[in-house]
Design a protein around this ligand. Structure first.
Ligand SMILES: Cc1cc2nc3c(=O)[nH]c(=O)nc-3n(C[C@H](O)[C@H](O)[C@H](O)COP(=O)(O)O)c2cc1C
Length: 304
């Protein structure tokens, strides 16, 4: 335990399941339930923290830097509270800025391609999930969203593959309106970049020839899934496992080549509106909106 200005403190990071001690000085009490303390985790690393739920013998801290934690204060002697203006000091330490989207090409699929490349380049290849969340109107007119993998993008839109027995396929056949959103977070030169791309448009099935090209790229598990799974239907896991193992064996023995089934399909999102959001850490985001007017893309920056 360290003793400092009448307060000792030990921190407990529940998420990490380990205890460590920290020096803690209560410097201001702002309200009965919320005080401010200086917390020193190791020499030269100290910061103001907001004490939430401040009780007689301990206090929870909402955040220490980037990580959530809590601090238990053992009040050995009566608090020697310094009523200094912590808020204004905190403000001096903080910084702020305004992000700006510099490259705004006429064709929104071009900015999409640039951002997608950049996210790909700066992300861990083992963790970068090239997904988008797509939402449509369900058969009960409720909104329904799910993630799908972005299989291809070009000037005409964004392509994903799916099965004709999924809800999304049935829903898009009835109502082709779609909302898609991408979230990319990565580091460039030590700065975290957050990007979001929102797309509104219509969904259309690809030609059988194009669908077949995508099927050729499917990994083995996806081809087996296409054969043995009826998406969304109740299933007995043991039955499915038996079917899977048999199909796998037949494939390995050359008895089943797992040809494309007529449930397999691919769909294109044809964009009508885009909203590109870009923010560097501690900066206010910039957004660029694209809309189609008389077949021509119009773009302008919008506030976040
Ligand atoms: C990371 C991830 C990627 C996915 N990719 C696809 C995909 O490319 N195509 C697809 O049909 N389902 C994909 N799924 C499954 C869907 O999210 C969804 O659960 C399933 O397709 C059923 O959709 P439905 O609600 O339209 O019936 C993916 C799920 C995850 C978590």
């Amino acid at each position: 335990m360290f003793l400092h200005s009448g307060l000792t403190a030990s921190t407990n990071k529940p998420a990490l399941h380990r205890n460590f001690r920290a020096e803690c000085k209560l410097v201001a009490r702002t309200t009965k339930r919320c005080s401010v303390a200086v917390l020193t985790l190791e020499p030269k690393v100290s910061r103001f923290v907001c004490l939430k739920q401040h009780h007689k013998n301990y206090a929870h801290i909402a955040s220490i830097g980037d990580s959530t934690s809590c601090v238990y204060l053992n009040q050995r002697q009566k608090s020697n509270t310094d009523h200094i203006c912590v808020r204004s000091e905190e403000r001096k330490m903080e910084t702020s800025g305004l992000s700006f989207i510099t490259n705004v090409p006429e064709n929104p699929m071009q900015i999409f391609a640039n951002w997608h490349n950049e996210a790909n380049e700066h992300s861990d290849p083992n963790l970068f999930l090239d997904t988008m969340t797509i939402a449509g109107l369900s058969d009960t007119d409720d909104l329904l969203n799910r993630n799908v993998i972005l299989r291809k993008h070009d000037d005409n839109g964004l392509i994903f593959v799916t099965e004709r027995n999924t809800m999304k396929f049935k829903d898009f056949v009835k109502n082709p309106s779609v909302a898609a959103v991408f979230l990319w977070i990565y580091m460039i030169n030590g700065t975290a970049v957050t990007r979001q791309v929102r797309v509104l448009g219509k969904v259309a099935e690809l030609s059988e020839l194009e669908i077949a090209e995508f099927y050729k790229e499917e990994p083995l598990f996806a081809r087996i899934r296409s054969k043995i799974c009826r998406c969304g239907e109740p299933v007995d896991w043991n039955d499915l496992k038996a079917k899977h193992d048999l199909t796998l064996k037949d494939y390995q023995d050359g008895k089943d080549t797992l040809p494309q089934r007529d449930t397999y399909t691919a769909m294109r999102i044809i964009p009508q509106k885009f909203d590109f959001y870009h923010a560097r850490r501690h900066e206010i985001a910039d957004r660029v909106k694209y809309t189609l007017e008389d077949g021509k893309w119009i773009n302008y920056h919008i506030a976040t």
